[in-house]
Ligand binder design. Structure first.
Ligand SMILES: Cc1ncc(C[n+]2csc(CCOP(=O)(O)OP(=O)(O)O)c2C)c(N)n1
Ligand SMILES: [Mg+2]
Length: 809
């Protein structure tokens, strides 16, 4: 274990960033508020117009509703305006609720970071994405959103990783750390992954996270949601969060202060959900009738209500906290001044606020009609043909508005290149340290553990590599063989904590002291958290300017448990190495719930994730080395290694790394034109070898192929076909070269411990016949021989398949 010198390191980092973090932001004066109100109007207009344009103005070729969420945008306008125009700093990283995409695009447009063409193309190919996307919308998006709940939780992990980077002195120490902020829809808090993240965040004492909830459940207080929210609030507090509720705006708060105000407040608090929504939709006259029906005998209440016009009364009664930008700014500033405690803001809002369907229960996917849009346009003062003009219809001089926007804290340049950072690649030595394997029995999982432990020594050329690796595991650290690495590099914790067992000199294989310099992040068992963490860690180069090489381990079947978060991480092009082990039937006695069948297919179908399954440790060494390099390449991707606990006798041989990485290599090359070959993937290698020995006795020219990545073979094949269609006739691919050694009508008997469809496509490449073996039903407990026999992947089954192929060939 290394010595911790974190305290002095930390002080110097803090000093360096102190000046940068000093708040130079001006206080929110009345004149700033006046401008902010204008910009709120602009965001409301632009977001509504963007959706309207996409649905009603742009030609529609397929008759499909384009969609968009004007009501969801409208409810969050003031929150977004307060955040982006007044509070956020360029170093802050923000996840915007999916349905506020158009508001987000409009804000960037006002900052000069979004084009009209993109906004005109909202939801069209090449246009602005419906939900903010890092990859498709570009550098202004910190976190993609779309699958609700994930973007919110992601901020917890990105904050944790930011701390990790700072405490290890890896990031841009010249840049101040940011706050990690989610603008969340209230329904996002229904997602279980939110609570998994809350628990994990508490364990890791995560700081600098804000979740601002657009609480737009159409009304104030339905009994059920309100009581539910009380519960949720309690949960947040139990997890160490501060909770700030923004229920009423300043107008209502002032009215409540007046004589009769208490009665009015009680009336609103008690107003049923649906009634509040309906009255909001109906407007001032309906409000008057309803309030006076109950409180008309109170002179004091009448003194509040009677002088107001219908419009003024409607404005007062819908003056919720989340629509009062001054209250929002004040709440955010107060929380900021109080420090770095994670804070949840519950901002009451009205869905569709400011639009004709405000409060209507059916407004989620509702859209203004053309007539309603014309009315809205007139109210906004927008001339036809000037819909996209930056300051059209606003009451302040353009120069003043432009100057304000330029001076917004968020508009400041974080670096000359902007907010999207980069980090140099870490050199990966030409070969990783290989355990002495040849002739020994070893599993790929054990080989992985040995290699990482060896790298963990940080010797010679591996020093830098070791320093940039961060590992994580959801409670399966030891059982995925990460233990020796962790013993060398320690567990990360913002606070130093001793290993009690070690201090007491109690024997244990694990030496698990925790400190700010540890390099393993130990997670609870919730797999989604692993993938959100890998997602956050896999974006550090862009978010903090530090290069991390994240390696996460998990049992292969439980990739399914975190799958949405895994896809989410890949969707944003996060770069990490996923090691899933053990896998398949081969983990035998553990039984069916632990025996993955579908994961090889997931590996093939997941974009921006290159998946591999080595059989032997020499292949793994090549692939793991490739993975460390590939995740750092601009056109690289995340990498998935599917491993096993089955110990195999390791061969002594020379491999061609390029073939192993390309996805297949001949173990025994067939004679040209051979009629049959056996292809195997992963730990079924001995069965394939045994069957091959028998086959060879009858068909001496047969071949034996090791498949290390159907995923890459398949992708490469698709690329080649696309290239040929595009006219590049000489385009070829690795699998075609391999199959060309065999007869055009050869039989390919394929086998893996996974779904046989993983290989079935091989027959389509050159028209050869495939007999694909692999389990296609749930597994069960057993030992390897009995399970392999039961599910038809033992040597005899492979031989039978060969015999069938030869007979029918
Ligand atoms: C995981 C997931 N499930 C379902 C959806 C479909 N969906 C999109 S928005 C939404 C409700 C959003 O409500 P809320 O978060 O309150 O946002 P609002 O539109 O009210 O601002 C649902 C169910 C989704 N995007 N992601
Ligand atoms: Mg909502």
């Amino acid at each position: 274990m290394r010595e911790w010198s974190v305290v002095s390191d930390q002080r110097s980092i803090d000093r360096a960033t102190e000046e940068l973090t000093t708040d130079h932001r001006p206080p929110t004066t009345d004149s700033r508020l006046e401008i902010l109100h204008q910009l709120e109007r602009k965001l409301l207009w632009l977001s509504a117009w963007m959706v309207h344009h996409a649905n009603h103005i742009r030609p529609n070729r397929d008759g499909l509703k384009v969609g968009g969420h004007q009501a969801s945008c409208a409810s969050v306008i003031s929150i977004m305006a307060a955040l982006y125009f007044e509070i956020a700093r360029p170093q802050d990283r923000i996840a915007v609720k999916p349905h506020a995409g158009p508001v987000f695009h409009a804000i960037n447009y006002l900052f000069g970071r979004q084009s009209i063409a993109k906004m005109e193309g909202l939801r069209a190919l090449g246009g602005a994405q419906s939900y903010p996307s890092r990859v498709k919308d570009g550098p202004e998006v910190d976190f993609s959103t779309g699958s609700v709940g994930l973007g919110v939780a992601m901020t917890t992990f990105s904050a944790l990783i930011q701390d990790y980077v700072r405490l290890h002195g890896l990031g841009r120490t010249d840049l101040p750390p940011g706050r990690h902020i989610a603008v969340a829809g209230d329904a996002e808090l229904d997602e279980g992954n939110i609570y998994e993240a809350l628990l994990e965040g508490w364990k890791h004492d995560v700081r600098d996270v804000w979740w601002i909830v657009d609480y737009n459940r159409q009304s104030l207080d339905s009994v059920v949601p309100d009581r539910l929210f009380g519960r949720i609030e309690g949960l947040f507090r139990d997890m160490g969060w501060n909770v700030v509720t923004l229920k009423y705006g300043r107008k209502l708060a002032a009215a409540f202060e007046r004589p009769g105000g208490d009665a009015l407040r009680r009336w609103i608090d008690d107003c049923p959900n649906s009634l509040y929504a309906a009255l909001t939709f109906q407007g001032g006259a309906a409000w008057r009738q309803a309030v006076l029906a109950d409180l008309g005998r109170s002179r004091a209440v009448r003194a509040i209500v009677d002088p107001l016009s219908d419009d003024e009364l409607a404005t007062l009664m819908t003056n919720l906290g989340g629509h009062d930008i001054a209250s929002i700014i004040e709440a955010l500033r107060t929380a900021e001044a109080e420090g770095d405690q994670p804070t949840c803001f519950i901002a009451y809002t009205i869905k569709g606020m400011g639009l004709p369907f405000a409060g209507h229960k059916d407004n989620h996917a509702g859209m203004m009609t053309k007539e309603q849009m014309e009315g809205f346009r007139a109210a906004m003062g927008i001339r036809p043909g000037h819909e996209w003009d930056r300051f059209e219809g606003l009451d302040l001089p353009a120069a003043e508005l432009a100057e304000f926007l330029e001076g917004c804290p968020f508009a400041a340049k974080l670096t000359p290149e902007g907010r999207a950072l980069t980090a140099p690649a870490i050199m990966v030595p030409a070969a990783l340290p290989m355990p002495k394997a040849a002739g020994r029995k070893l599993s790929t999982q054990a080989g992985f553990g040995d290699m990482l432990a060896e790298i963990g020594r940080g010797q010679g050329p591996f020093k830098e590599l070791a320093e940039h690796i961060v590992t994580a595991s959801p409670d399966v650290t030891v059982s995925t063989n990460l233990g020796p690495w962790v013993n060398r590099r320690g567990i990360f914790d913002r606070h130093t904590r001793n290993d009690v067992f070690r201090d007491a000199k109690l024997a244990s294989a694990q030496r698990w002291g925790m400190s700010p310099l540890g390099q393993h992040i130990e997670l609870g068992i919730a797999e989604q958290n692993l993938f959100l963490l890998l997602g956050a860690a896999g974006l550090t180069h862009a978010l903090t300017g530090a290069r991390l090489l994240p390696v996460g381990t998990v049992y292969d079947p439980f990739v399914n448990r975190g799958l949405d978060a895994l896809i989410y991480a890949c969707y944003q092009d996060a770069r990490f190495i996923l090691v899933s082990t053990p896998s398949g039937l081969t983990l035998a006695p553990e039984g069916g719930q632990h025996q993955s069948i579908n994961t090889p297919l997931i590996g093939m179908a997941a974009d921006r994730l290159a998946s591999f399954e080595p059989a032997y440790v020499d292949e793994l060494a090549i692939l793991l080395r490739h993975a460390f390099a590939h995740i750092q390449q601009p056109d690289g991707s995340a990498v998935w290694l599917r491993l096993s606990t089955r110990q195999l006798q390791q061969p002594a041989r020379e491999l061609d790394p390029a073939s192993v990485i390309a996805g297949a290599h001949w173990v025994v090359a067939p004679e040209p034109g051979a009629r049959i070959a056996i292809f195997y993937q992963g730990p079924v290698a001995p069965e394939a070898e045994a069957a091959f020995a028998e086959l060879r006795a009858e068909v001496p020219d047969a071949g034996l192929l090791a498949l290390t990545s159907p995923d890459l073979l398949h992708a490469d094949w698709l690329d080649a076909m696309r290239a040929r269609r595009a006219g590049r006739r000489d385009a070829s691919c690795h699998i075609e070269g391999i199959l060309a050694r065999l007869a055009p009508d050869a039989a390919l008997v394929t086998v893996l411990d996974g779904h046989p469809a993983t290989h079935a496509w091989l027959g389509a490449v050159s028209g050869q016949r495939v007999i694909a073996l692999g389990p296609d039903h749930f597994g069960q407990s057993g030992d390897i021989p009995s399970l392999y026999q039961e599910y038809g992947i033992d040597a005899e089954s492979i031989m039978d398949a060969c015999a069938q192929a030869l007979l029918s060939g």
